[in-house]
Design a protein around this ligand. Structure first.
Ligand code: GLU
Length: 327
């Protein structure tokens, strides 16, 4: 008996299109304003993009607009250190637990007993960047991070200089996190190098299309379906997806997994990626965010598409996207 459920390309395309049309005028949320550059991005931008395991991309809206990757870059650096150090070492040096607190919480570090918790919150991400090789060599590390994010996204993701300057001038809180972690021996390089590289990686400019390719690369076990290159070993993709499933939507991750059922990671620039292993990678982008830092429209778009197609990572169903008629 063939237990695969088939969704046609057409159904997926319609779901994306309908989500776009029904949400494009939604005015919920506000641009992040603690980073001045983000406050000035056009709030009406909105795009949805899905990348399939065959490399095909289905999109609606502003999918070629370049915006700040922000915290979605944390997934890339997490995968980079998972690839280079392995899961056990990452668990030991950073951890993989949700904090249940805001992404830049200092209290979470204190409560976790000096542990950065997970590479997907600021503390863990700064710690992760400090582990990127070659340790101690800022320029070499930046090359490693930048080229790795490009590998995941299938093409270059240029730095948005204006965003980088804006973040560098306003990242006082992250600076305290870096130095606090240093005092707990959780920075494996120089705190100022780690802070600067973290700020830089958050300032890379990506499009929704590129992020859907990154998400699809994770969904395909490390194989980039567009460039046809193996970007990381298969066993690390389950680790990356588990990190997203536990903390990817900040302190709302439990609610998100319960109600939408797709491991995701958001960034305060307005992007969200979602990974359905073996099925597809999705990305949505709209700058206005809610209080936790998640894009309002991007959340609604992904949710609507998941519901419309009756998809859920916990369903136990095998789903394939095919051409032709659905069964
Ligand atoms: N660069 C931002 C910060 O560190 C990223 C936050 C986010 O996207 O969650 O505050």
């Amino acid at each position: 008996m063939n237990r695969d459920r088939r969704i046609t390309r057409e159904e997926l395309k319609n779901a994306i299109h309908e989500a776009y049309i029904s949400l494009k005028d939604n005015k919920g949320g506000r641009n992040a304003d603690y980073i001045p550059y983000l406050a000035n991005v056009d709030s009406n931008l909105f795009g949805i993009s899905v990348c399939l395991p065959n490399g095909e991309i289905l999109s609606a809206g502003d999918c070629d607009y370049r915006f700040g990757i922000e915290s979605i870059s944390k997934v890339a650096t997490a995968i980079l250190i998972l690839r280079d150090y392995g899961g056990e070492t990452v668990m030991k040096m950073i951890g993989a637990d949700a904090t249940g607190m805001p992404f830049n919480s200092i209290l979470a570090i204190l409560l976790e007993n000096d542990h950065p918790s997970t590479p997907l919150v600021n503390a863990g991400a700064i710690s992760a960047v400090s582990m990127v090789r070659p340790v101690g060599n800022s320029r070499g590390k930046w090359e490693a991070i930048k080229s790795y994010i490009a590998e995941l996204c299938g093409s270059e993701t240029p730095l948005i200089e204006e965003l980088y300057n804006s973040e560098s001038e306003s990242n006082h809180r992250n600076r305290s996190i870096a130095w606090l972690l240093k005092s707990y021996n959780r920075i494996y390089d120089e705190p100022e190098i780690a802070l600067d590289l973290y700020t830089r990686q958050c300032s890379l400019g990506v499009t929704a299309k590129q992020l859907s390719i990154m998400a699809a690369t994770i969904a395909c076990g490390g194989y980039n379906p567009v460039t046809k290159r193996e970007v990381f070993p298969k066993r690390q993709s389950a680790k990356a997806v588990s990190l997203m499933a536990t903390v990817g939507m900040y302190e709302h991750t439990g609610d998100w997994m319960f109600s939408v059922g797709i491991p995701a990671k958001s960034g305060v620039g307005g992007g969200i990626i979602g990974v359905l292993p073996g099925i597809f990678g999705i990305a949505a982008f709209a700058p206005p965010i809610d209080k936790a830092g998640n894009s309002v429209k991007a959340q609604l778009a992904i949710r609507q598409i998941m519901e419309r197609l009756n998809l859920n990572i916990f369903s136990g169903e095998r789903v394939v996207v095919v051409d032709g008629k659905s069964s």
